[in-house]
Design a protein around this ligand. Structure first.
Ligand SMILES: *Cc1c(COP(=O)(O)O)cnc(C)c1O
Length: 373
């Protein structure tokens, strides 16, 4: 048997007529730039996440960048975040000339440890950017409390967490802004790149609308005035083609996330009491399992064993950000973030996508248990 880590072709086969029609509608109208498809999808996402506004942008990385720009983060400012994440989280901060200040994770959930944040705050802290890693929300209440006391905005990196819930609140609606990615392998994935920023604040949303079109002045009705720039932004629109595909896919998202959760539940049971530690899920939360990550001793041997037996797997992420070469000037070293480093050494992501068959997931679990036996 051969089990892929993710098979998007199966998903496409299920929704082909709907998706093809949506794509062709855009092609027929030749309306590729913003317009009704993007506006509709923005409304759909705002409603889904429980926010007043949502602004489509070109990628999840740009969503982070623009969210920071909208809060005026710039040279020598500090932004507190986790080192155990995809590169873009820290990259967006550094791209603006600001300094990512890394705070280690809670080893149970892999999300930023709220009780370590306070010590990292200085008078230059301009934002706290927790990541909802693998599809589970960070422990937001203590983070909001620490930030609230000092008036520091909380920007959620929700790139892996659309539909994830924390105490009844959806990812993207908990902090001041939520940043989403529609990279193809995310739970809601486009047919290329795309991203979105959610917020309850109209002024912030209007600012984002301007920033995503080179800082053009926003007129009534949310349109921007060509060739009139009140500030310096970038070109970061969400494609109408992507919005059309994503609109169709959003209607299926909960069914797919529930399918992932069912596969996760199956694995949880199989791995109970074995050396493969299943992910810890906090009470009162909905994990959407963008990744199902187990922690295991001899991880690299396990990876090799699984690959030899055609079980798709991957390491998210092998090098925590504080040890990336490009951040060496920040002065971190090995041992500074022991929990993140430990997770980077011992975790492994296995197939959990919703259209995985029962035979396939059984093969995955059995092969892992065979390795330890
Ligand atoms: C995917 C991802 C991003 C970046 O999204 P892109 O759309 O690929 O630019 C940012 N942060 C996290 C945690 C991600 O997983």
């Amino acid at each position: 048997m051969r089990v892929p880590l993710l098979d998007l072709k199966r998903q496409y086969r299920k929704i082909k007529p709907e998706v093809d029609a949506a794509i062709m509608e855009v092609v027929e109208t030749q309306g590729f730039k913003l317009g009704p498809r993007v506006a509709e999808f923005e409304e759909q996402v705002a409603e889904y996440c429980g926010t007043k506004r949502a602004v489509g942008v070109a990628s999840g990385s740009d969503a982070l960048l623009l969210a920071l720009m909208a809060h005026g983060v710039g040279r020598d400012d500090e932004v507190i975040t986790t080192p155990y994440t995809f590169f873009a989280t820290g990259g967006a901060v550094a791209r603006l000339g600001a300094v990512p200040v890394f705070v280690d994770i809670d080893p149970a959930t892999y999300n930023i440890a709220p009780d370590r944040i306070e010590a990292a705050i200085t008078d230059r802290t301009r934002a706290i950017m927790p990541v909802h890693l693998f599809g589970q929300c960070a422990d937001m209440d203590p983070i909001l409390e620490i930030a609230g006391k000092r008036g520091i905005p909380v920007l959620e990196d929700a790139a892996q967490a659309i539909g994830s819930e924390y105490k009844g609140r959806r990812a993207g609606s908990i902090g001041d802004m939520g940043c989403f990615s529609f990279f193809p392998s995310k739970n809601l994935g486009g047919y290329g790149d795309g991203g979105m920023i959610t917020t309850d604040d109209d002024a912030t949303a209007d600012l984002l609308i301007s920033l995503r079109e080179h800082g053009q002045t926003v007129k009534d009705g949310g349109r921007t005035e060509m060739y009139e720039h009140w500030t310096i932004g970038l070109n970061s629109r969400l494609d109408a083609l992507q919005a059309a595909v994503l609109s169709v896919k959003l209607n299926h998202l909960d069914e797919w996330s529930d399918g992932r959760a069912r596969n996760a539940e199956y694995y949880d049971k199989r791995f109970e009491g074995t050396p493969a530690t299943p992910p810890a899920v906090a009470p009162e939360s909905r994990h959407i399992y963008n990744q199902y990550v187990i922690r295991a001793p001899r991880r690299d041997d396990l990876l090799k064993y699984l690959r030899e037996r055609d079980v798709g797997c991957a390491i998210y992420y092998p090098v925590p950000l504080h040890l990336q070469k490009c951040f060496s000037t920040l002065g971190y070293g090995e041992g500074d973030m022991p929990e993140s480093e430990g997770a980077a050494r011992e975790t492994l992501s296995i197939p959990v996508f919703s259209l995985l068959t029962e035979e396939e997931r059984e093969y995955v679990a059995t092969t892992i248990l065979e390795f330890f036996a």
